[in-house]
Design a protein around this ligand. Structure first.
Ligand SMILES: [Zn+2]
Length: 147
Protein backbone atom coordinates (compact mmCIF):
# COMPACT_ATOMS: atom_id res chain seq x y z
CA UNK A 1 0.00 0.00 0.00
CA UNK A 2 1.37 3.43 -0.86
CA UNK A 3 1.79 5.98 1.90
CA UNK A 4 -0.98 8.07 0.34
CA UNK A 5 -3.37 5.13 0.46
CA UNK A 6 -2.47 4.49 4.10
CA UNK A 7 -2.99 8.11 5.00
CA UNK A 8 -6.34 8.08 3.24
CA UNK A 9 -7.42 4.96 5.07
CA UNK A 10 -6.42 6.31 8.47
CA UNK A 11 -8.51 9.42 7.88
CA UNK A 12 -11.58 7.24 7.82
CA UNK A 13 -10.68 4.53 10.31
CA UNK A 14 -13.46 5.28 12.78
CA UNK A 15 -16.32 4.37 10.46
CA UNK A 16 -19.57 3.08 11.97
CA UNK A 17 -22.77 2.15 10.19
CA UNK A 18 -26.32 3.12 11.10
CA UNK A 19 -29.88 2.43 10.04
CA UNK A 20 -31.99 5.39 8.92
CA UNK A 21 -33.92 6.15 12.07
CA UNK A 22 -34.43 9.02 14.47
CA UNK A 23 -32.14 11.99 13.95
CA UNK A 24 -30.21 10.35 11.13
CA UNK A 25 -33.38 9.77 9.13
CA UNK A 26 -34.60 13.31 9.78
CA UNK A 27 -31.40 15.04 8.73
CA UNK A 28 -30.77 12.73 5.77
CA UNK A 29 -34.27 13.51 4.50
CA UNK A 30 -33.36 17.17 4.68
CA UNK A 31 -29.98 16.55 3.00
CA UNK A 32 -31.73 14.57 0.25
CA UNK A 33 -34.26 17.33 -0.41
CA UNK A 34 -31.35 19.76 -0.60
CA UNK A 35 -29.47 17.46 -3.00
CA UNK A 36 -32.51 17.46 -5.31
CA UNK A 37 -31.83 21.14 -5.94
CA UNK A 38 -28.37 20.47 -7.34
CA UNK A 39 -27.81 21.18 -11.01
CA UNK A 40 -25.46 18.19 -11.42
CA UNK A 41 -27.52 15.40 -12.97
CA UNK A 42 -25.35 12.50 -11.88
CA UNK A 43 -23.68 13.74 -8.77
CA UNK A 44 -26.24 15.39 -6.54
CA UNK A 45 -25.06 16.03 -3.01
CA UNK A 46 -26.72 17.72 -0.09
CA UNK A 47 -25.23 18.53 3.30
CA UNK A 48 -26.73 19.71 6.56
CA UNK A 49 -24.71 21.16 9.41
CA UNK A 50 -26.40 20.61 12.75
CA UNK A 51 -25.45 22.20 16.04
CA UNK A 52 -28.20 22.33 18.64
CA UNK A 53 -31.11 24.13 17.01
CA UNK A 54 -28.95 25.59 14.22
CA UNK A 55 -29.14 24.00 10.76
CA UNK A 56 -27.32 25.11 7.65
CA UNK A 57 -28.08 23.33 4.39
CA UNK A 58 -26.12 23.33 1.13
CA UNK A 59 -25.91 21.47 -2.16
CA UNK A 60 -22.96 21.00 -4.51
CA UNK A 61 -22.42 23.70 -7.08
CA UNK A 62 -20.10 24.18 -10.01
CA UNK A 63 -18.53 27.28 -8.47
CA UNK A 64 -14.84 27.61 -7.85
CA UNK A 65 -14.23 27.41 -4.11
CA UNK A 66 -11.09 29.18 -2.90
CA UNK A 67 -11.68 28.04 0.67
CA UNK A 68 -11.74 24.43 -0.56
CA UNK A 69 -8.62 24.87 -2.66
CA UNK A 70 -6.59 25.44 0.52
CA UNK A 71 -7.26 21.83 1.49
CA UNK A 72 -6.76 20.31 -1.91
CA UNK A 73 -3.86 18.00 -2.64
CA UNK A 74 -2.38 17.57 -6.10
CA UNK A 75 -4.36 15.85 -8.84
CA UNK A 76 -7.62 15.86 -6.99
CA UNK A 77 -9.66 17.44 -9.74
CA UNK A 78 -11.45 20.75 -9.76
CA UNK A 79 -12.17 22.66 -6.61
CA UNK A 80 -15.88 23.00 -7.08
CA UNK A 81 -18.11 23.78 -4.16
CA UNK A 82 -18.88 20.43 -2.61
CA UNK A 83 -22.01 20.35 -0.46
CA UNK A 84 -20.01 19.79 2.72
CA UNK A 85 -18.01 22.96 2.08
CA UNK A 86 -21.17 24.96 1.39
CA UNK A 87 -22.58 23.84 4.73
CA UNK A 88 -19.65 25.33 6.66
CA UNK A 89 -18.78 28.38 4.54
CA UNK A 90 -19.60 31.63 6.26
CA UNK A 91 -20.75 29.87 9.40
CA UNK A 92 -19.30 31.20 12.64
CA UNK A 93 -16.69 29.06 14.38
CA UNK A 94 -18.85 29.01 17.52
CA UNK A 95 -21.36 26.99 15.47
CA UNK A 96 -19.04 24.79 13.39
CA UNK A 97 -17.00 23.80 16.47
CA UNK A 98 -18.44 20.52 17.72
CA UNK A 99 -21.17 20.36 15.04
CA UNK A 100 -22.26 17.30 13.06
CA UNK A 101 -22.49 17.34 9.25
CA UNK A 102 -24.90 15.00 7.44
CA UNK A 103 -24.07 14.35 3.79
CA UNK A 104 -26.42 12.69 1.29
CA UNK A 105 -25.75 11.79 -2.31
CA UNK A 106 -28.64 10.73 -4.48
CA UNK A 107 -28.88 8.87 -7.77
CA UNK A 108 -31.31 9.37 -10.63
CA UNK A 109 -34.15 7.66 -8.77
CA UNK A 110 -33.42 9.65 -5.60
CA UNK A 111 -31.83 6.57 -4.08
CA UNK A 112 -28.99 7.06 -1.63
CA UNK A 113 -25.45 6.53 -2.85
CA UNK A 114 -22.06 6.56 -1.15
CA UNK A 115 -21.22 10.10 -0.02
CA UNK A 116 -18.19 9.80 2.22
CA UNK A 117 -16.46 13.21 2.15
CA UNK A 118 -13.42 13.45 -0.12
CA UNK A 119 -10.08 14.24 1.54
CA UNK A 120 -10.40 17.95 0.65
CA UNK A 121 -13.75 18.22 2.43
CA UNK A 122 -12.49 16.08 5.29
CA UNK A 123 -9.60 18.47 5.92
CA UNK A 124 -11.83 21.54 5.64
CA UNK A 125 -14.43 20.10 8.04
CA UNK A 126 -11.71 19.23 10.50
CA UNK A 127 -10.22 22.71 10.17
CA UNK A 128 -13.46 24.37 11.29
CA UNK A 129 -13.93 21.97 14.21
CA UNK A 130 -16.68 19.66 12.92
CA UNK A 131 -16.95 16.75 15.35
CA UNK A 132 -18.69 14.07 13.32
CA UNK A 133 -19.76 13.31 9.77
CA UNK A 134 -22.71 11.07 8.90
CA UNK A 135 -23.00 10.08 5.23
CA UNK A 136 -25.22 7.95 3.05
CA UNK A 137 -23.89 4.57 1.89
CA UNK A 138 -27.02 3.13 0.25
CA UNK A 139 -30.78 3.01 0.94
CA UNK A 140 -30.28 0.66 3.88
CA UNK A 141 -27.37 2.10 5.81
CA UNK A 142 -25.51 5.31 6.57
CA UNK A 143 -21.95 5.55 7.84
CA UNK A 144 -20.30 7.93 10.27
CA UNK A 145 -16.91 8.81 11.62
CA UNK A 146 -15.42 11.24 14.11
CA UNK A 147 -12.94 13.81 12.91
ZN1 LIG B 1 -15.59 16.93 -1.19
Amino acid sequence: MSSTAKEYESLYSATKTHKYSGKIRRYMDLARRTAQQSAFPDYRHGAVLVKGSVRNVSTNKNNYCSFGSRFQKNHEGRTTLHAELGAILGVDRSITEGATVYVARIGKKNNYKISKPCSMCHQALKFVGIKRVVYTINNKIAGSYKL
